[in-house]
Design a binder for this molecule. Structure first.
Ligand code: DGT
Ligand code: CA
Ligand code: CA
Ligand code: ZN
Length: 566
């Protein structure tokens, strides 16, 4: 069992507890455990009970449940809940806008037990009789139910797929007949979610590679096997297609299976216009193979430089490549600082000092400590008094820890009307102000646009944090007029964040590109709640690269002195 699979089960248990109105603390214990395990760098399934108990944040009781889950695939609390709560009710949680509290309301007030019941209630207009369910909600649900039928199997977040990909590649490398192996497809394009893994192995002995692959112990089901292609389902539900390719075709196969499909179609059109044929085996003129062994060679033969996989969406990259105007994409090494992080002053897991030390180890020159403001009570948000306490601590740590500059920051909550959760005179004393929406994300587009603009108009605000509030785990983005927000951001010199948390990745790639064109600067932030989280910057950089961002578009590529002059 991969960490993300264990975490998913714990989250489901938390959902079930919440649907059945269990205590807040028990729910939180499972959510915390899920988060800790999802983020843990080592495979939990390979730990013994003692090691599990020693995981920070995992108590003896939880460790026992984990052990049972890893050994037997289940544990007592989950069995009991599964017996008590109809599975249909849990499935409702997948619908947009339906959290555990709302699902409980539906079941209590309208006796809804599954999707069919919900459809009937919607049809009868019964939903709006329940408090908290407006006509917007009705529309949203009706739409989602139409989509439900066509929706394919759930896609995995990139970070989750990366765990499986790493384990699989490690395993494949152990077979001597594998000369080279890579994941292509949307995973290589670093898409925020991944439908399946398309793996290409270079080998002169396909049979040996296939045999080895099919013995991978995380395989739950073999969907099909052939001499050079096999498809399997891993235990976490992720599909893997493995293809074994010969040396002379490897580059052409990489181009073909990295996609996107639209990018591939465009390339084949260019090949045709030059009297050639491009397929997964090579680029051919008549019977002659013009190119195929490497991607570079294929692109070159089409008159193009190599195009970064993150750009291959046919969104203008081929035209840019032909004109010699490909962007010099942001790389992780370009980031000199991190401008969004939390500490134990609010909901972070480590002291300011621990965070500073790890940020320095991550190669950063500066770190803004941006804990929550008071409205975010769940995280013990800071009032001006405790904030001043924190400044003293920041100063003390700055003296002890050399080699990294610490900025006094805040993640100030944007209130419902766009005013901020701390007075201006307090904000004026800060080095760095992130302003974020955390509540009332369901406001109308008009209200939300006005709210964000009001926040950006405040001269102390440097950046809007996770602008849409969406979560890939199921929360829809808030609605606002992006063009208008970008217009004001540009006017005010207010930046927008690319939040690196795997379930946020907010802004999206296309919004990044729009921001760049509008002349708005971006900030790629970890939103670290734990020293380990600086590694998440990789995901934010992926998103930024998909959004065509170059170092100059991103404020935290600048040296601190230059950032301060802004
Ligand atoms: P995913 O798996 O949904 O996240 O997205 P992809 O892009 O990995 O799509 P997938 O796995 O269906 O196929 C991998 C690549 O193979 C895709 O990006 C382009 C290529 N490909 C697959 N099917 C077709 C097709 O019918 N026509 C063309 N031109 N290319 C295809
Ligand atoms: Ca794929
Ligand atoms: Ca595929
Ligand atoms: Zn936040």
């Amino acid at each position: 069992m991969q960490n993300h699979e264990i975490a998913k089960i714990l989250d489901e248990v938390a959902d079930m507890l919440e649907v059945s109105e269990d205590s807040f603390f028990r729910v939180r214990a499972y959510r915390n455990a899920a988060r800790i395990i999802r983020d843990h760098p080592l495979p939990i399934a390979q730990m013994d009970l003692k090691q599990m108990r020693e995981l920070p944040g995992i108590g003896a009781d939880m460790a026992g449940k984990l052990k049972s889950l890893v050994d037997t695939g289940d544990f007592d609390v989950r069995r009991q809940l599964a017996g008590k709560i109809p599975t249909g009710l849990i499935e409702l949680l997948r619908l947009p806008g339906l959290g555990p509290k709302r699902v409980r309301l539906l079941s209590e007030r309208l006796r809804i037990r599954d999707i069919d019941d919900l459809k009937k209630a919607l049809g009868a207009g019964a939903l709006r009789t329940v408090r908290g369910f407006g006509s917007r909600m009705e529309q949203q649900l009706a739409q989602a139910l139409i989509g439900e039928k066509h929706a394919a199997r759930a896609r995995l977040m990139y970070a989750e797929a990366a765990q499986s990909a790493r384990a699989l590649l490690d395993y494949l490398h152990r077979e001597a007949a594998v000369e080279h192996v890579e994941v292509a497809g949307s995973f290589r394009r670093r898409k925020e979610t991944v439908g399946d893994l398309d793996v290409l192995a270079l080998s002169a002995a396909p049979a040996a590679v296939m045999e080895h692959f099919l013995r991978f112990d995380a395989i739950k089901q073999v969907l099909g096997k052939g001499d050079t292609k096999s498809s399997v389902l891993l235990s976490g539900g992720l599909q893997v297609d493995l293809r074994v390719v010969a040396r002379e075709s490897y580059g052409a196969a990489m181009v073909y299976f990295t996609g996107s499909q639209a990018h591939g179609v465009h390339l084949r059109r260019i090949a045709q216009s030059r009297g050639m044929l491009l397929n997964e085996y090579g680029l051919f003129r008549g019977a002659e193979r013009v190119a195929g062994a490497s991607e570079e060679e294929v692109y070159r033969a089409l008159g193009l430089p190599l195009i970064a996989p993150e750009l291959r969406e046919d969104r203008g990259e081929i035209e840019a490549a032909a004109a010699g105007r490909l962007p010099r994409l942001l790389a992780r090494e370009d980031l000199r600082g991190d401008l969004h992080s939390h500490s134990t002053y609010t909901d972070g897991r480590a002291s300011i000092e621990q965070m500073a030390v790890r940020a320095r180890e991550a190669g950063l020159d500066y770190l803004a400590v941006t804990d929550h403001s008071r409205r975010v009570a769940m995280a013990h948000g800071l009032d001006p008094l405790r904030l001043r306490d924190q400044w003293r601590e920041i100063e003390a740590v700055a003296k002890r820890v050399e080699g990294i500059a610490l900025l006094r920051g805040i993640e100030v909550d944007i209130l419902d009307d766009g005013s901020l959760d701390l007075p201006d005179d307090v904000l004026a004393e800060l080095d760095w102000v992130v302003a974020s929406v955390h509540y009332k994300l369901s406001q109308s587009a008009k209200e939300m646009t006005r709210r964000m603009i009001a926040a950006m108009r405040n001269p102390h605000v440097d950046v809007i944090g996770h602008p849409s509030g969406r979560l890939l785990t199921g929360r829809e983005p808030s609605e606002f007029d992006l063009d208008e927000v970008l217009h004001v951001a540009c006017e005010e010199g207010c930046a927008l964040e690319v939040n690196s948390q795997p379930e946020r990745l907010d802004l999206t790639d296309s919004a990044c590109l729009k921001a760049k064109h509008a002349g708005v600067k971006l900030v790629v932030s970890s939103d670290a709640h734990h020293p380990r989280d600086f590694a998440l910057l990789e995901y934010g950089v992926n998103q930024a690269r998909r959004g065509w961002l170059e170092p100059a578009d991103v404020l935290n590529t600048r040296p601190l002195a230059q950032l301060r002059q802004r």
